[in-house]
Write a protein that binds this ligand. Structure first.
Ligand code: ADP
Length: 326
């Protein structure tokens, strides 16, 4: 449905997007995750036909965005980061104006407005002036204008930015609902947002793709794997460190700490592909073989937050993860 190939965009000598390629299938919800200035908005503006690429192509249903932006705009609903709403209009009047701009006329216009008010939970508010709405309801109004022409694709730039926690929950659930029947691309710098809404993630850093796939796929290609934390008894912290190589783990990732009650707190990474026996069993066998008692044991999966921090702060890591889905 969306095919981006070797997309590059420069503003003067600022290389905002560099050689980015990815594709999005029907009814997927793809998250663009990246720090501020990574190039997310630029890619979205190219996809929506508001900016032209410097080189490379973006195709929507096989139509090139720079060759036929009018056709592209029919297929896409766009919620920019700062949606231009007119405060002195009511929601109804504003959507009527958008319908006119989109050349939806007469009874079609009324149907389209009713449907998008319904989808965005705005029916009871339709006569309210936009300037009297809370930020959450303004964002709903922005979404209502984006879906007014019932486009198959929705592009949402930081849709929950500036909302309070309750409004964030509401807008996320609205996007999840829309994502069941539309292809959605949304940008965010909030890690939890992609975990809450997206089926696939594209991590963007300094204009380039640092990783893409499902959160699990990306985690699987990362060095480290899961973090294990143990509380053990039977040996001092120093001696435990010496026994660790027998566990077959990367001991540079291990730390041990003597706790007050004579126990030792131990933490280390275990790579997901490091052996046939599950890590938990290996740890247990290792403790028994060394006369240690395990008093506590927990495993923390690599989160999208860990991945994001690693990919956007460590120059070496991107080489170790999949590039452009290959
Ligand atoms: P993000 O959406 O990830 O925050 P942007 O796409 O807005 O990133 O910006 C990417 C880079 O391009 C940044 O360095 C930004 O300063 C620059 N940039 C964005 N828009 C313009 C513009 N109109 N003119 C010049 N530089 C721009």
């Amino acid at each position: 449905m969306i095919e981006v190939k070797n997309l590059t965009k420069s503003y003067g000598n600022v290389a905002a997007v560099q050689d980015v390629s990815f594709s999005v299938g029907k009814d997927q919800v793809l998250g663009f995750l990246g720090p501020n200035g990574a190039g997310k908005t630029t890619i979205m503006k190219i996809l929506t036909g508001y900016h032209f690429p410097t080189s490379g192509t973006a195709l929507i249903d096989g139509i090139s965005v720079d060759e036929n932006p009018v056709e592209i705009k029919k297929r896409i609903g766009y919620l920019p980061e700062n949606v231009p709403l007119y405060g002195d209009l009511t929601i109804d009047e504003y959507l009527g104006f958008v319908a006119e701009a989109r050349r939806i006329g007469g009874s079609e216009s009324k149907k389209a407005i009713d449907a998008s008010l319904e989808a965005c939970g705005l029916k009871a508010w339709r006569g309210r002036k936009i300037e009297t709405l809370s930020k959450g309801y303004r964002q709903r109004t922005g979404l209502a204008q984006a879906i007014l022409h019932d486009p198959p694709i929705l592009i949402l730039d930081e849709p929950t930015n500036g909302l309070d926690p309750n409004q964030i929950i509401e807008i996320r659930s609205l996007i999840r609902e829309l994502g069941q029947r539309k292809t959605v691309i949304l940008s965010t710098h909030i890690m939890q947002e992609v975990e809450a809404i997206c089926s696939r993630v594209l991590i963007i850093n300094e204009g380039k793709i640092a990783a893409q796939g499902t959160p699990e796929e990306i985690a699987g290609t990362m060095k480290g794997g899961d973090t294990w934390e143990l509380v053990i008894k039977g040996m001092g912290a120093q001696d435990v460190q010496f026994k660790l190589p027998h566990l077959g783990i990367d001991i540079s990732s291990a730390s041990s700490q003597q706790l007050e009650d004579g126990t030792v707190g131990l933490s280390f990474f275990v790579a997901s592909d490091s052996g046939d026996t599950p890590a938990g069993e290996r740890i247990f066998d290792w403790a028994v073989a060394n006369g240690l008692k395990i008093l506590g044991m927990s495993r923390k999966k690599l989160s999208i937050e860990d991945i994001f921090v690693s990919l956007t702060t460590d120059e070496k890591n991107p080489g170790e993860v999949q590039h452009n889905g290959q």
